[in-house]
Design a protein around this ligand. Sequence first.
Ligand SMILES: C[S@@+](CC[C@H](N)C(=O)[O-])C[C@H]1O[C@@H](n2cnc3c(N)ncnc32)[C@H](O)[C@@H]1O
Length: 344
Amino acid sequence: MKSDEHQNILKIKRTARNKTITLSKQEINEYGKKLLKVSNLVSAKEIENKIINSDLFEAEKHLPDSFVNLLFIDPPYNLTKNFNSRKFSEMSVEDYEKWLDSWLNKINRMLKPNSSIYICGDWKSSSAIFNVARRYFIPQNRITWEREKGRGAKANWKNCSEDIWFFTKSKEFIFNLDDVKIKRKVIAPYRDEKGTPKDWEKHEHGNFRMTHPSNVWTDITIPFWSMAENTDHPTQKPEKLLAKIILASSNEGDLVFDPFLGSGTTAVVAKKLGRKYCGVEIDEYYCCLAEKRLADTKKDISIQGYSDGVFWERNTLQEQVRLYSKNNSAKKDQNLAEADLFSG
Ligand SMILES: C[S@@+](CC[C@H](N)C(=O)[O-])C[C@H]1O[C@@H](n2cnc3c(N)ncnc32)[C@H](O)[C@@H]1O
């Protein structure tokens, strides 16, 4: 990263309630020392729980075969966008497909036979992702994530969704359904003839049902300034989104690989959920943000919107806080005040 851009980020002024994770010069120096550079073939053990600060096209030559259980890819979308000092420029659909293929065909050898693959894109990039990835993998589903933040347009529909394609390497793969059910408020609390609740449970703060998760995700908020996971990365994914994918498609101890790691969300959530991680990111500042977030997991392994092993639907934070801070009234008041600031 160019030093003047470092300076600009360091200069941004924030309000007291703003929880955005930032880095001092000293932290950049300190976390920078943890980053791995690879110049020879490395073993799976050597890259376990490591962030590789490199261009993917350089790093891939040195990574081993068959070390990945779950691959999560959030590549630059086919849009013109600045990632710190580097710019990704929009290209034709054909060229974007060639670009996707140029690294996907190399990552393929790194996957274990029963691995799962998730690839994110917006509507413009989505068809290219499908066309390229199906050359190597079996398509299983396309998740539509409704993210409520989006830029309005004068003569078009506001863009408020993203696609996450789900592929597997073979027909044998894991899917831990029970780990990703959603806790929803019950609107019509039906009872059977004996008066027993049908598929729902009565709690002190309402009636809830555990439902099967669909491929339309409406319960996840984009990180923003009042959330503890927020950074200055322009396209940071929410921890809750990664938690669903990692819980559904990997087991404890498995390795999750992210070749475009950004601010480190995949690595952080993998660590919080007892998985191993490895990530590649070209930008040193983003790598250091990821290292800081990983260091913070020593103090806090909570994932907003996922508590006590349960995914909650949006706008239930008040209920979550009431249920889980019953014995700590000071924390409860603080959390409830924060709950007013966001839903997630
Ligand atoms: C869409 S962002 C990923 C954001 C990430 N999921 C997060 O939660 O922060 C894509 C990332 O890929 C990185 N990148 C772009 N080209 C790269 C390359 N050739 N090698 C490695 N990283 C690259 C960018 O710097 C950017 O941080």
